[in-house]
Write a protein that binds this ligand. Structure first.
Ligand code: FUL
Length: 494
């Protein structure tokens, strides 16, 4: 009986040990709202381009009135592959084509209006530019998305219910004929003066009701293109960052609570609480990260007098650090010229930008470091996962440890000026502040401090730091950490 009791006791003890270690190994509870699968894919690609090309290109205009003759559109050297390859060389992983801008001219052979590419000399009226871009993207491994302007200054019925049917029919063609789209882009410019089938007048629409966005997106976009992120001022999936400089704020929350001008729930594009968009809403109601859109030149469309105003490498780096480096995505505007090609200066700028990214992030100087964390949740969440280049394997701490630190012993002196951190955003955006120290002259010295992390956070140091040991301190978080990446890099100089 005594032996039996000892056996039972032993078994119980074993059970307890197993249970405790199983509990210790359980992943942290997610914090707040979480990204959907389609948003995760969007975060992963980080950068893509937005192509503006059409009748505006031939009129030196940014906003066409809707009355230009389609015969003007004649890009005799058009080559989608060359444009796609230039974008790829720039480190861009996707391309969104403006299939129709506000002037209403459609770059595909739509059945919804005569104001389209078949009425132009391009490919003798048999062209389909959406198809050519789509195929070039698939061939070169870029994701493909589309922008179709809600505002149409050519359509005679713009402002009436009939136009909504036409607009949806256009999206139906675009959603069903060109394979899987990664993004469906909805601009906020809405109503004003236009040609409108010859009426030449000003038309105002009620942006809160006219397009019926909620029904359209829910019953149409989600059904026909379930993997496309929906972009507009307010989301649904991706919000506009609130400026066209390409900058998110230093603190960028992927979560956002959209409200209208008076604070009521936001009904649709053109009505965002734009002033809050660069930062987002801490503990917001939805996961709606920012897209930072900015053209490579001053304008979205090509203008010959801007050939010498293509952004410099230093400007592109600045944009990169303030968009991708703050956990947002960068949408870089590219504008083919009248030939149907990117201007040489644009091609060179993209190449230089891409070369810089590839060189800068080729080697993580923290690789091979021995890592010591002040707390580890369990084996499955060891700090080594910070260095395995996987966005979703991660170092986590026990539930009650919200301000841990981790030391990277680099084993020899290394110099760097860029620091990268990532959270496993499948568990939400958790960290609110952190600091980085370098071991210098026998003591820790703070070299950087910042706030949000999210999908990606890059810190630029004012000068190279040379050290043998680096310490990361999480200084504020409402819950335990779930960090997936730590990197040290040197910004390439040529
Ligand atoms: C804006 C538009 O009005 C511009 O023409 C451009 O298309 C830009 C990307 O979005 O709202």
């Amino acid at each position: 009986m005594k032996i039996f009791t000892a056996q039972v006791r032993g078994l119980l003890l074993l059970l307890l040990v197993c249970l405790t270690s199983a509990l210790a190994q359980a992943p942290p509870q997610p914090y707040g709202v979480l990204p959907s699968e389609r948003q995760l894919r969007w975060h992963e690609i980080e950068m893509y381009s937005l192509i503006h090309f059409g009748l505006n290109t031939y009129q030196d205009k940014e906003w066409g009135y809707g009355d230009a003759d389609p015969q003007l559109f004649n890009p005799v050297e058009f080559d989608a592959e060359r444009i796609v390859k230039a974008a790829k060389a720039g480190g861009l992983h996707g391309l969104i084509l403006v299939a129709k801008h506000h002037d209403g001219f459609c770059l595909w052979p739509t059945k919804t209006t005569d104001y389209n590419i078949t009425k132009s000399p391009f490919r003798n009226g048999k062209g389909d530019m959406v198809r050519e871009f789509e195929q070039a993207c698939r061939k070169h491994g870029l994701k493909f998305g589309l922008y179709n302007s809600p505002w149409d200054r050519n359509a005679k019925d713009y402002g009436k219910p009939e136009y909504i049917d036409l607009y949806r029919a256009q999206w139906r063609e675009l959603y069903t004929n060109y394979g899987e789209l990664f993004a469906s882009w909805h601009d906020g410019a809405n109503g004003g003066d236009g040609y409108y089938g010859g009426a030449k007048e000003t038309r105002k629409i009620d942006r809160t009701t006219y397009y019926g966005w909620d029904v359209f997106w829910r019953d149409f976009t989600r059904k026909l293109q379930p993997n496309a992120v929906i972009f507009s001022d307010i989301g649904l999936d991706i919000r506009w960052v609130g400026n066209e400089k390409g900058f998110a704020n230093e603190t960028h929350w992927a979560t956002f609570t959209p409200t209208g001008p008076k604070g009521e729930p936001n009904p649709g594009p053109g009505f965002a609480n734009d002033h809050e968009s660069p930062t987002g809403t801490r503990n917001g109601k939805y996961w709606i990260p920012a897209e930072c859109d900015v053209p490579l030149r001053p304008g979205w469309f090509y203008h010959a007098n801007q050939d010498d105003k293509v952004k410099t490498l230093a400007q592109l780096q600045d944009i990169y650090f303030k968009s991708v480096g703050r956990g947002a995505d960068l949408d870089l505007g590219l504008a083919p010229d009248k030939r149907g090609l990117l201007h040489e200066n644009d091609v060179k700028a993209l190449q230089a930008f891409g070369d810089w990214q590839r060189k800068t992030f080729a080697v993580n100087l923290a690789e091979g470091a021995s890592i010591q964390a002040s707390n580890v949740r369990g084996k499955a969440f060891a700090p080594k996962y910070l260095l395995d280049n996987d966005r979703y394997s991660y170092w986590a701490t026990s539930d009650n440890v919200t301000t841990p630190e981790v030391i990277f012993d680099l084993k020899q002196a290394k110099s760097f000026n860029v620091i990268r951190l990532r959270e496993n955003i499948k568990l939400g955006q958790r960290v609110e502040a952190f600091a980085i120290d370098a071991w210098q002259d026998g003591a820790w010295k703070e070299i950087a401090a910042a706030t949000s992390i999210g999908a990606n956070r890059l810190l630029r140091l004012p000068a190279n730091v040379t050290t043998t040991k680096v310490r990361l301190r999480i200084t504020k978080a409402p819950v335990c950490v779930a960090l997936s990446d730590f990197g040290l890099f040197v910004s390439a100089t040529n």
